[in-house]
Design a protein around this ligand. Structure first.
Ligand code: SF4
Ligand code: SF4
Ligand code: SF4
Length: 261
């Protein structure tokens, strides 16, 4: 009989945060989504969405894509789907499909860059698109109607994308913000100053592949363990593989070991 695995403190906290993000989904869609960020930058308004984006980008140089496992409402929605409807991404066409997110990134990032180049932000409104008088500017949607509208729409999108492509398909194929996290992750993994990463102790591995099954990004974690190379830029440092492995093969680390690949 399989021994019941203990849920680590970090995973407990992560699950609570995921749940809270789900409750905050309408707020997140209105203020933190890539669309909201583009709207505010086009209007030269420094919004909470842009501040989140900057924090996220800077944090990726120290904690990689940890943000994607605890700091993103859309990632949280997909994690819930992965719990209810586990479906790994098909390895077929994955590489080609990933080109999409870079195309989205270029289209999405251009207006933000244009705002910065053309003199930056003219005003600050942390609650944008809500104006000072309380009205919502984007599409005249009220907060109440957005609650009714955004929950079913976003849940439907998560279900459809999971059924068609697999878990965390938004992160893998469609999210324009993904590219920024990959830049920070690749940089820190190359330069190797103290930063959050995964470490492996291959000799304890029994090849059970539980780590593969647990990975929400559908990475071949077992192959990464075999190669003793855990530095995949698609890894969101969620720690699910650490929790799944009862041989303690994988662990978090801050300082780099000299002999690591
Ligand atoms: S890749 Fe995009 S959608 Fe996925 S968790 Fe990261 S920021 Fe969120
Ligand atoms: S779960 Fe642990 S023991 Fe099993 S294959 Fe993965 S690293 Fe090896
Ligand atoms: S390799 Fe491990 S830490 Fe990275 S995304 Fe997969 S389960 Fe999470």
């Amino acid at each position: 009989m399989e021994l019941k695995r203990k849920i680590s403190g970090f995973q407990r906290v992560r699950r609570i945060i995921i749940f809270l993000w789900i409750l905050a989904l309408p707020f997140a869609l209105i203020r933190l989504s890539p669309a909201a960020i583009v709207f505010s930058s086009r209007n030269k308004i420094l919004s909470i969405g842009i501040i989140f984006l900057v924090i996220w980008f800077i944090s990726s140089f120290f904690t990689g894509r940890l943000y994607c496992s605890i700091g993103c409402p859309f990632g949280a929605g997909q994690d819930i789907m992965a719990m209810l409807l586990p479906k790994r991404l098909s390895p077929k066409g994955r590489r080609t499909m990933r080109i999409l997110r870079y195309i989205f990134f270029i289209v999405w990032f251009f207006p933000i860059l244009a705002t910065i180049i053309s003199g930056g932000f003219k005003s600050v409104n942390l609650f944008y698109p809500q104006s000072a008088d309380g009205s919502i500017k984007i599409d005249s949607l009220s907060l109440a109607s957005s609650l009714l509208l955004y929950y079913p729409i976003s849940i439907a999108i998560f279900i459809i994308l999971t059924l068609v492509f697999g878990n965390r398909s938004t992160c893998n194929y469609f999210c324009p913000m993904n590219a920024l996290g990959i830049i920070g992750t690749k940089f820190k993994n190359k330069v190797r100053y103290p930063s959050l990463h995964l470490e492996v102790n291959k000799k304890n591995c029994v090849g059970c592949k539980r780590c593969d099954e647990a990975c929400p990004m559908s990475l071949n974690t077992y192959d990464m363990v075999k190669d003793e190379n855990m530095y995949n830029p698609e890894c969101i440092l969620c720690g699910s593989c650490i929790e799944a492995c009862n041989k303690k093969v994988i662990s978090y680390a801050w300082k780099w070991k000299k002999e690591q690949k």
